[in-house]
Design a protein around this ligand. Structure first.
Ligand code: PD2
Ligand code: ZN
Length: 422
């Protein structure tokens, strides 16, 4: 305790004396303590003293409206200042915003992502690595290894999934051990017997400077096989890769909460026996290049522009957990529906992918259509919640049967009648 206080005092003195690195560290200290006003002041001082990451931190506060009103234009300026001063993360963040909103062409955003990876930003290296898996396996694994050596937990988790697919038990064991040290959910739940160091001895086939940019096609490929089923309920196998499934789980796991349902009269979110799973809806800013690639592929199957899709909502069911029969549409008669339907539109279509395979139970059923679909990793399921005239469709009633063994995970997109991009 005394040591921590001493370190804080030393950082404080250095920051006061004008040390830009200490100012940045102090800003991050206050950020972690949710003291956004102080964080902002120190990030500003760090930026003015020549620490480029100070601009990026300021921009992230502005983007999220932390300690101030949201300011997208101000954030953009600070990201540009960060890029001009050489901060790879600023380049990454601005490219991600433009990719999400379509402000710049996808190829330009992916080139900027690769440039951020070349500049040493580990999350960008990991995301390029995942996207490249569809077209350049050697470069993909190289980029992932670079990120893993920088202790990027998602890169370690992704390499673990690859090592398991390859049957490389020694590497999988090393990655399991490292992943667990970093708090990886997938290493904990789906890992293998931990082993000693293997990763460090492996060659990295490329240097950061040689990381190529993924193509726009690779970012949202592969195209799934022809769908099974009719227009009501469609099933697509291999819609998401094993890597994408693990990735979505890893990003979401730390934030899972008991699932709630909307009370039909009050509109309040309440815990209910209807739905005993755990879940979390990603914040739009949590959807990175990898997640947006998966989202674009799923949304494309619905025929709606991706801007009509809500952020991914993830659910996890453990043995015994279920979701009793329900509708996904917003009941026009319920309390808050009027305003919601007018601004965002109805939940016209549901499309989700199973992220795990379960040995028993966990099927999705449509009792009025006599359809039952088994939970298989990467398999997507799409159905309409409304009739062709736009009215809620009572035939869309569906449920998730109790899981018998293992973990069932799904990632859902609800597609609205109106765009959600403002
Ligand atoms: O977990 C499912 O299979 C499932 C099926 C239908 C989940 C939902 N609906 C839902 O979350 O709305
Ligand atoms: Zn549902």
């Amino acid at each position: 305790m005394a040591e921590t206080a001493d370190r804080f005092d030393a950082a404080w003195e250095a920051a006061q004396a004008g040390d830009a690195d200490a100012q940045l560290a102090l800003g991050r200290h206050y950020l972690a303590a949710d003291d956004f006003g102080r964080a902002r002041r120190w990030f500003g001082r760090a930026a003015r003293a020549g620490q480029a990451a100070g601009y990026t931190e300021l921009a992230l506060l502005e983007l999220q409206g932390l300690g101030m009103a949201e300011d997208a234009a101000g954030a953009r300026e600070h990201f540009m200042a960060g890029i001009a001063a050489g901060d790879a993360r600023a380049r990454y963040e601005l490219a991600l915003i433009d990719y999400r909103t379509g402000r710049r062409p996808a190829t330009e955003c992916l080139e900027a992502l690769a440039e951020a990876a070349r500049g040493g930003y580990a999350p960008a290296q990991r995301e390029v690595g995942v996207l490249l898996l569809a077209e350049n396996d050697v470069a993909a694994r190289g980029a992932l290894k670079l990120a893993a050596r920088a202790n990027d937990m998602l890169a370690i988790s992704t390499l673990l999934c690859l090592a398991q697919t390859d049957g490389d038990t020694a590497l999988a064991g090393d990655l399991t051990r490292r992943g667990r040290e970093l708090g990886s959910y997938c290493a904990e739940r789906f890992g293998t017997e931990p082993t000693g160091a293997v990763l460090d001895a492996l060659e990295t086939p490329l240097t950061a400077a040689a990381i190529p940019a993924p193509t726009a096609a690779a970012a949202s490929a592969p195209v799934p096989e022809r769908p099974l089923g009719d227009d009501r309920v469609r099933v697509y196998d291999d819609m998401l890769s094993a890597i994408e499934c693990r990735y979505l789980i890893e990003v979401t796991a730390p934030q899972l909460r008991p699932s709630h349902t909307v009370h039909p009269e009050t509109g309040e979110s309440v815990r209910n026996d209807m739905r005993t799973s755990y879940g979390y809806s990603l914040h739009p800013l949590q959807e990175d290049f990898v997640i947006l690639g998966a989202k674009a592929r799923l949304a494309a199957e619905t025929g709606f522009p991706v801007g009509h899709a809500e952020p991914f909502a993830l659910l996890r069911y453990e043995p015994g957990q279920e979701y009793k029969p329900h509708f996904d549409y917003i009941d026009p008669a319920s309390g808050e529906a009027g305003q919601e339907l007018a601004t965002r539109g109805q939940r016209e279509v549901t499309i989700f992918s199973y992220l795990t395979s379960v040995a028993g139970g966990g099927e999705t059923v449509f009792p009025r259509l006599d359809v039952q679909v088994a939970c298989r990793a990467g398999r997507a399921l799409m159905f309409r919640n409304t009739r062709p005239d736009g009215a809620p469709d009572p035939e869309s009633l569906h449920a998730s049967l109790p899981v018998e063994s293992g973990e069932k995970w799904i990632a859902t997109l609800w597609i609205r009648g109106r765009t959600l991009l403002s």
